[in-house]
Design a protein around this ligand. Sequence first.
Ligand code: ACO
Length: 328
Amino acid sequence: MGIRIIGVGKNLPERVVTNDEMSQYIDTDNEWILERTGIAQRHVATTEKSIDMAAAAAEEALEGIDKETIDLVIVATVTPDDITPSMAAQVKMAAGLPNAVAFDINAACSGFVYGLWIAESLMKGSAAGGSVTNGMKRALVIGTERMTRITNWVDRGTCILFGDGAGAAVLENDPDERGILSTFIKNYDDVNGVMKCKANYINPPFWEDDLTPQPLYMRGRAVFKFAVNAIDEVTRGALEKIGLTLDDVDWFVPHQANGRIIHAAAQKLGQPLEKFQISIKESANVSSATVPMALYDLESSGKLKKGDIIAVMGFGGGLCAAGAIIEW
Ligand code: ACO
């Protein structure tokens, strides 16, 4: 019995902001951004909310699939439109999934891979809950982000990195397929506070501490080093669990944080760059959405074949990291 991916979807907001346009707002230029990050443009939501992008990606992933068979919706996001209802509850309603249990998770840019891990565990464990009584047949896992809402638009070292979008995958419990072969999840304490963003709540009149909203803060070089080591550790860890080697992997689908991080990770893993899906040039860093979006791009390229071994890898604030090995 395996939990395999049977559908993928992706949605990007219409508005494209090129590096040249960024240079109208901050002191930067196309060459610097392209060379240091691999990013040429980002999609920026103007009217699209996280839920709109999530629902659109979900609809695409669900094409041809009976919606009544979806038992679980997990949405990974650090930029939900609302604290309640959850994005997952809203996707369930928007997509019309009458039997699904729905909830959100926050594992920063690793969120989608954490979501796969949770969904797989629940589906394999036949967890009963809500309307689900006989185990979970199918699940929808989504990463959706409106990163440009938390981006610090006057910090040229970070605002150039982020964009908005969503990616989705439908998982199926299939006795005849292997699907997700292993996952390796790890959290590292962010003792130096290299990535943080303060939640923005209403200040009650009784509070005396400083609740001033703060956009995303990042120490770029420290994150860079963490990312390269974390990709290495979770990829090797996930492969080791099932006795596969790096050479057995046909495709690597890492979180798209920075093109140079992907290059450095490929070098550390001793694998050719041609095996890495790189989607960052067109859509930048969309936190939890980049892994499913990149998986979608790989699938759409026509390069993926049935039976191929894929390694998906996430890493992000927290600090957290996750790798999963999937047989396509
Ligand atoms: N345009 C022009 N110059 C810039 C820009 C910019 N957009 N940003 C920074 N600079 C300047 C700096 O001011 C500095 O100038 P100085 O030498 O005169 O002081 C110089 O460039 C070097 O700055 P660094 O911050 O040291 O540049 P670095 O080479 O480290 O690149 C970057 C910065 C791109 C952020 C890099 O550190 C990085 O990619 N880190 C990884 C972080 C990342 O990818 N995070 C993604 C989010 S986290 C996640 O998804 C898990």
